[in-house]
Design a protein around this ligand. Structure first.
Ligand code: COA
Length: 333
């Protein structure tokens, strides 16, 4: 037996304001039927004007700590593509608002793959004995970076946050993170980007153009890349931990499009009934997507203690990542 990071707490939140497909079809050239059939999304949530990622991260973090029965942790890792400000990182503010004291806290920027990356960083800190307990959060106010005129992205994304607590224990404990597979392909960075606002543009001395600061995505190409890398990466992590594909009880994929989730299941040979689907309720919430799906699936009784679970995510970077764990008994927050 050896030391491992074990899932000990889980919590998730979405802001109360709902944006339905019908509401979008009133201001964009789209329809409820198109969004529903091409993506599987029925609605998404958005922060109120003036709301920010840290508000959601704090609320999810509180729930995860409560679920773990802990008042504090040794480290906070926050995955987000929509920090409250370009700098500083949002994690220190979240740690302070949670009353966690002067602990290390930092952001991980891996867009929709961010939560799995942050999870691996948290597990790594436990393996290296720099932490006994870690709060890993995925949180996004993604609607704040969407061009309201772009039907290709405005229909897809929503806001939310999910968090887990990891604690050090033995690797045969339920909840132990058994393995990771991570990867990236920066040669395709332009498929998902915010072109403006960074050093490349600013060093040129040109005033930023309003349109450069919106999120952009080449949807069709991203779809293909997502299916390829999520299925390959899941296969890789399952091989690493020695689990035959047929023994996987649940696959919790990044919630971007139900057709992506079903294609990934099909390529892997996993019955699509085993793929957790939560995007119908929240859309694509980027780094918050997987912990929100975990919390929803746990609440619906789709994740049971002892289940073999594969997580797989993909997004801008390009970046992707997968993880494997046996689901533990958990009080959900
Ligand atoms: N409403 C109505 N019609 C739309 C539309 C919308 N919101 N968006 C696109 N269309 C139209 C297109 O103009 C096109 O029309 P045409 O055939 O007359 O040219 C048609 O629908 C098909 O467009 P296409 O882009 O091929 O659609 P799609 O089936 O690929 O679906 C996405 C588009 C964005 C939903 C899909 O590509 C997708 O989910 N991509 C991946 C997103 C993702 O994985 N993100 C994760 C990483 S962050």
């Amino acid at each position: 037996m050896s030391r491992a990071a074990v899932l000990a707490g889980l919590g998730a939140v979405v802001p109360p304001r709902e944006i339905t497909n019908q509401m979008l079809s009133e201001r964009l050239d789209t329809t409820d039927a198109w969004i529903r059939t091409r993506t599987g999304i029925l609605k998404r949530h958005a922060v109120e004007p003036g709301g920010a990622t840290s508000d959601l991260a704090v609320a999810a973090g509180e729930k995860a700590l409560k679920s773990a029965g802990l008042a504090t942790v040794d480290l906070v890792v926050l995955a987000t593509a929509t920090p409250d400000h370009p700098l500083p990182g949002t994690a220190p503010a979240v740690a302070a608002r949670l009353g966690l004291g002067h602990i290390p806290a930092f952001d991980v920027a891996a867009v929709c793959a961010g939560f799995v990356y942050a999870l691996s960083v948290g597990a790594g800190a436990i393996a290296a004995r720099t932490a006994e307990t870690v709060l890993v959060i995925g949180a996004e106010a993604f609607t704040s970076i969407l061009n309201p005129q772009d039907r290709g992205t405005a229909i897809l994304f929503g806001d939310g946050a999910g968090a887990v607590v990891l604690r050090a224990d033995e690797d045969d404990e339920p909840g132990a993170l058994a393995g990771f597979d991570l990867g990236s392909d920066g040669s395709l960075a332009e498929l998902i980007s915010i072109p403006g606002g960074g050093s490349r543009q600013r060093s040129g001395g040109l005033p930023p153009d309003q349109d450069d600061s919106w999120f952009t995505m080449q949807g069709r190409e991203v779809f293909t890349q997502a299916v390829t890398h999520m299925s390959r990466s899941t296969k890789a992590v399952l091989e690493k931990v020695g689990w035959p594909v047929a023994t996987v009880d649940r696959i919790v994929g990044h919630q971007a499009n139900v057709r992506i989730l079903h294609s990934v299941s099909e390529l892997l040979g996993i019955d699509k009934e085993r793929a957790v689907v939560h995007l119908d309720q929240v859309g694509n919430t980027s780094a918050a997507s997987i912990p929100l799906a975990l919390a929803a699936a746990a609440e619906r009784g789709e994740l049971l203690a002892g289940h073999r679970v594969a997580l797989t995510a993909f997004g801008g970077g390009l970046a992707w990542g997968s993880a494997a764990l046996v689901w533990p008994e958990l009080a959900t927050g």
